[in-house]
Design a protein around this ligand. Structure first.
Ligand code: EPZ
Length: 472
């Protein structure tokens, strides 16, 4: 994990960014499709895969299981036929929570999986009680020794043929993992109170094209009719849907810093709520939906339309202080995504008026607030779930002092606290006045492909440097 920083020249409120940014494939879909490769009887082709750290970590985990993984220009070929191990590498898994999703396909295929208590972003506790509950409902036995879990499923002949699992709370990873654990099973597994994120639909549609029988994905009830041990066949390549969180991040950045910005190859239908909020706030946004081209696996939206489109911010000449404030409550999809919470709070520090943002999905997802406060933003944390904002405020380098950070850091630099808060702090620096240093860029690299290159192409002055020692 290298220690690198971004050095960013603030635009001091000027809306000088311009051009087109092409959205990459969705990290949170691609990682699950990679895990699903374990379910296949031959090498699988995965396309439109983002070149981000998490994808390369998942590739390494698969290789340590024995799979052959080849990366080539945003595409992966994964050959699962050489997998011999069911032990997920604890060191690699500790940096990426999504690795726990691998337990589903490993159990389906090998009836066994071992993994450490999941890692990933430091956004609150990341429990797996819903995974454990689901596995126990499926008849698995679970043993735990110094934070390493080993799960064993009964042989397929002794698996119950009718299983119902109810999630006490919606969990994206839990839904995907248990869905995949059931794909090769002996009978029917019904999951209720499921997460409905588009990334889950994207992976399930591909698995169905390849021999799985998953019904109801994208709704709260998913029924999986197992193939009775028959592995899937790679009849179609997997194609990741555009990353809605990346698209939403750039849309918010564009509202603050660009007169004209086109966000290409995205799915406006996956960002309906954010688009409405920003439009009502006064941001001039044009939506264009056009037919997806090529033989890609497409996921239909609610109206059954198959779309891939672009968002354009055009003639955005009003100052940010002319935009209106609004309240935000994060919810599971199709509610406002928690992964855009830090970005929208940063936006709300720049618009006129009071707003309240409530974070319902993760506790501990406001660590970036102290960085914004040091830049001069008027934010008040009411508790671990709510922040109150009064805008507009200038974000100034001169406001920052050599401040003792929570993690013991000293120095007037900013920190990326998780993938998405990292983008939000970069955005705050771009809106601000002065030259800012943002540390922990490896976190940003986990979820945003080539961020400094893409921002530079839009006209920003962002340089990647080695973090100097005193500000580590
Ligand atoms: C996925 O994480 C995403 N990551 C997250 O994106 C995203 O924030 C999250 O879904 C919510 O949308 C990937 O897909 C790789 P959850 P996941 O299980 O699956 C609690 C990013 O930046 N919970 O839906 O880990 C949990 O603690 C990342 O791209 C339990 O209590 O999220 C949380 O409070 C950050 N018990 C809530 O549910 C469980 O067994 C939602 O978690 C599982 C989860």
């Amino acid at each position: 994990m290298n220690k690198e920083s971004f050095v960013i020249e603030g635009l001091a409120g000027r809306k000088s960014l311009k051009g087109t940014v092409k959205i990459a494939g969705a990290k949170n879909a691609a990682l699950k499709a990679m895990a699903a490769a374990v379910l296949f009887d031959a090498p699988v082709q995965l396309n439109n895969i983002p070149d981000t750290e998490d994808v390369h970590v998942m590739s390494e985990i698969l290789e340590k299981l024995g799979a052959q993984v080849v990366w080539k220009q945003n595409a992966l070929t994964i050959d699962p036929t050489s997998i011999t191990s069911t032990i997920i590498d604890p060191k690699l898994a500790s940096v990426m929570r999504a690795s726990v999703v691998l337990t589903g396909p490993l159990l389906a295929r090998f009836s066994k999986a071992s993994f450490p208590a999941p890692g990933g972003c430091v956004i609150g506790a990341r429990p797996i009680d819903q995974f454990i509950k689901g596995y126990e409902e499926m008849g698995a036995t679970i043993s735990e020794a110094d934070c390493n879990y080993t799960i064993e499923m009964p042989d397929i002949r002794y698996q119950r043929t009718e299983i119902r699992i109810h999630f006490d709370k919606k969990t994206v990873g839990g839904t995907e993992t248990l869905m995949m654990a059931a794909v090769l099973g002996n009978g029917t597994v019904t999951l209720t109170n499921c997460a409905m994120e588009p990334e889950i639909v994207n992976v399930a549609e591909w698995l169905n094209e390849c021999g799985a029988n998953i019904q109801g994905v994208g709704t709260e009830t998913i029924t999986i009719i197992g193939t009775r041990g028959k592995l899937l066949s790679p009849k179609q390549p997997y194609v990741a849907i555009p990353d809605r969180i990346e698209a939403g991040s750039y849309l918010i950045l564009g509202a603050l810093c660009a007169e004209n910005l086109t966000i290409e190859d995205c799915r406006p239908d996956h960002l309906a709520l954010l688009i409405d909020m920003l439009t009502n706030s006064g941001v001039p946004i044009e939506i264009s939906n056009h037919e997806a081209s090529g033989a890609s696996i497409k996921s239909a939206d609610q109206s059954g339309q198959i779309i891939n489109g672009s968002l354009t911010i055009k003639g955005n000449t009003k100052p940010n202080s002319a935009f209106k404030s609004f309240d935000v409550i994060t919810k599971e999809y199709p509610g406002f995504p928690t992964d855009l919470q830090a970005q929208i709070v940063t936006y709300l520090t720049q618009v006129a008026g009071k707003s309240v943002v409530t974070e319902n999905i993760f506790e501990g997802r406001f660590k970036y607030v102290s960085d914004l406060q040091r830049m001069g933003a008027k934010l008040e944390l009411k508790d671990s779930k709510e922040v109150q904002i009064v805008g507009p405020t200038e974000l100034l380098k001169e406001h920052m002092d050599s401040h003792q950070h929570e993690n013991g850091d000293v120095g007037p630099h900013l920190n990326a606290h998780d993938i998405r808060a990292g983008f939000a702090i970069v955005m705050a620096a771009l809106v601000g006045k002065g030259t800012f240093t943002v540390n922990n860029t490896y976190l940003i690299d986990r979820g945003y492909e080539k961020l400094e290159e893409r921002l530079t192409a839009l006209g920003a002055n962002v340089k990647r440097t080695k973090t100097d020692v005193q500000s580590i």
